[in-house]
Design a protein around this ligand. Structure first.
Ligand SMILES: [Cu+2]
Length: 615
């Protein structure tokens, strides 16, 4: 009887699934969302903020992306989509596709077999903080909780300079030896500021809240209202009531909000930057913002009375307490364990990079998926993917455990493409580095039904343990979602279920896109398709510091009177004749001196030493 009754249901589902198609003409436009500065932003169809993608679970999504920008490559990643069977639609350039050049067109086309709160964003050249990011909501006819209305709210940081300018001129230079990330100029809420969100009394709202920023984690609360969390990163949860949420970049929380039955007051809806994410806090940066849950547009819109002196004092909801609605048990019998140590340090060009173990991700000459699809029987051999993509092969249905040991005083939200992982362990923050000790843990220490999501943060100097099942053939990026850190190379790739990839065919559109930018779509990481084991000519990271020079030494070097003790050898090593100018730029950046101020001589004891990313 059960079987018989299932058949009509399945037919009905097929009959109602539809195709949702968007034409995205991507081009520069201008916007001034913080009221401080009008800047170039990446718009779609002449508009910014960007259109929201909305589909029903089971729909086919087609996005025709036309790159109308005359001066930039483009791509789209659909953050949180499993793309099971369609890895080539995932979007990260260098992993699953070539960049789409100016004037190019690329069609993303896949079935959405999941539900919940996602977002889409560019995945090339650290570009999404230029505005190329927006919500992507998948509605579910079988949503397990009742609600009346729906709201989508985004939080983000906002920069006034273009990202490629910041990368080239401010961030990835030897003038920034500590790797201090550019600090944003503002925070946004739904791509504006001081927003009034109109609500009806006595109504239950399903609120999709997401952080689509580049760096800044944010706290969120509504005065005098509790919320009930029911979904994180696309995973339904048992209801969990709380008052304050904390969202790292790329994380999403969906909650039920029951409005009051009176309309005499409006309530501050507050977002607060986490101070710990910024190396310096400029005096003119607004670290919090009041928006309003507006019951009555004629009533007062009071500024929030924020009770904390510092964001470090805020006690917020711990996502480790959440229980997935489906009660999927802890994955046991780990068959593949990967330990990754996060390190941020300098290479011999003086630039500060980010590493998993001793590798800073360096994009290959052939996108990794395309290497896999052209490698034949060598698809299972990690060597063909090159040394600097940090590719790890995992077998079909492996239970994979990723141990992330954070040997850095910063905070890192890690995202795995194509999956939601179980977060089975997360340590507290430590003063000094404390790696995970597997000897001190057994499966019985972990939650019976661990929390799952697609982006989870590891605390400063601490560790976390993630598990997933390798049931999704493809090349999947695992990386820090702080976009600056991704640009610094804090990434690796899983080639998952490689034997199954022998059944996958690369679409012609992908080959055409590679041809258009002059990139090969077959061969190993060095683009050698005669001998896949010959990696001669692969893209490589810069050499290590010369023997005897530590990263701390680099910092000391530029914070001391370099010219006083340096020989010509060191100056040649930096490739600079004007070494005092180097020092001056570093000191200006750190705010020790003002622009143009004379720096010679300096007493090193008066120089403030940076605290972040210093090893
Ligand atoms: Cu990071």
């Amino acid at each position: 009887m059960k079987l018989l009754s299932l058949v009509p249901m399945a037919l009905a589902a097929v009959a109602t699934a539809k195709t949702v198609e968007y034409d995205f003409h991507v081009n520069w436009t201008t916007a001034n969302p913080d009221g401080l500065y009008e800047r170039k932003v990446i718009g779609i169809n002449g508009q910014w903020p960007l259109p929201r993608i909305e589909v029903d679970k089971g729909d086919r999504l087609v996005v025709n992306m036309y790159n109308d920008m005359p001066d930039r490559n483009a791509s789209i990643h659909f953050h949180g989509m499993y793309q099971n069977g369609t890895n080539y639609m995932d979007g990260p350039v260098g992993v699953t596709q070539c960049p789409v050049p100016p004037g190019g067109k690329f069609t993303y086309n896949f079935t959405v077999d999941q539900n919940g709160t996602y977002w889409y964003h560019s995945h090339v050249d650290g570009q999404y903080p230029d505005g190329y990011r927006a919500p992507f909501i998948v509605h579910d006819k079988n949503f397990p909780y009742d609600y009346d209305e729906e709201l989508v709210l985004t939080m983000s940081d906002w920069y006034h300079d273009l990202i490629d300018y910041l990368n080239k001129e401010e961030f990835l230079t030897l003038y920034n030896p500590t790797g201090a990330e550019p600090v944003p100029q503002a925070m946004l809420f739904n791509d504006t500021q001081k927003l009034s969100v109109s609500v009806k009394p006595n109504t239950t709202y399903l609120v999709h809240l997401m952080n689509i920023g580049a760096l800044g984690a944010q706290y969120f609360y509504i005065e005098d209202h509790n919320v009930t969390v029911v979904e994180i990163d696309g995973v339904y949860t048992e209801p969990a009531e709380t008052d304050i949420l904390y969202l790292a970049v790329a994380q999403r929380y969906t909650f039920l909000l029951k409005t009051k039955d009176t309309t005499d007051k409006n309530y501050p809806m507050v977002s607060i930057f986490d101070e710990n994410l910024f190396d310096v806090i400029p005096s003119d940066l607004g670290m919090n913002m009041t928006n309003w849950l507006e019951y009555n547009s004629d009533a007062d819109h009071p500024e929030a009375d924020i009770p904390w002196e510092s964001s470090v004092d805020i006690e917020y909801f711990d996502d480790m307490d959440l229980v997935p609605y489906d009660h999927k048990p802890l994955y046991t019998n780990v068959s593949k364990r990967i330990e990754l140590e996060v390190v941020m340090t300098n290479l011999d060009n003086g630039v500060n990079y980010a590493f998993f173990n001793n590798i800073t991700y360096t994009a290959p000459k052939v996108p990794t998926l395309m290497t896999a699809l052209s490698a034949g029987d060598l698809v299972t051999n990690e060597l063909v993917y090159g040394e600097y993509t940090h590719t790890v092969v995992v077998n079909h249905l492996d239970v994979v455990e990723i141990v992330v040991n954070n040997n850095d005083a910063g905070f890192h939200p890690f995202h795995l493409h194509g999956h939601e992982f179980q977060v089975v362990e997360r340590s507290p923050e430590y003063e000094g580095f404390v790696p995970y000790n597997p000897d001190n843990h057994t499966d019985s220490d972990f939650a019976e039904y661990p929390m799952r999501r697609d982006t989870a943060w590891v605390p400063p100097n601490g560790n976390m343990v993630l598990r997933f099942v390798a049931d999704n053939p493809g090349a999947w990026f695992f990386h820090c979602h702080i976009d600056w850190h991704l640009t610094q190379g804090l990434a690796m790739v899983f080639v998952e279920a490689p034997e199954k990839l022998k059944d996958m065919t690369l679409p012609q559109s992908h080959k055409d896109t590679c041809d258009a930018v002059g990139m090969p779509w077959k061969g190993n990481a060095a683009a050698n398709d005669d001998d896949f084991l010959d990696l001669t000519g692969q893209n490589a990271q810069a050499p290590d510091l010369p023997a005897g020079f530590t990263a701390r030494g680099i910092v000391a070097l530029v914070f001391s009177c370099i010219s006083a003790f340096l020989g010509m050898g060191m100056i040649t090593w930096y490739g600079l004749s004007d070494i005092s100018n180097t020092e001056r730029k570093v000191l200006e950046r750190e705010g020790v001196i003002s622009e143009g101020e004379q720096v010679d001589p300096i007493d090193p004891s008066t120089v403030a030493h940076p605290h972040h990313h210093e090893n």
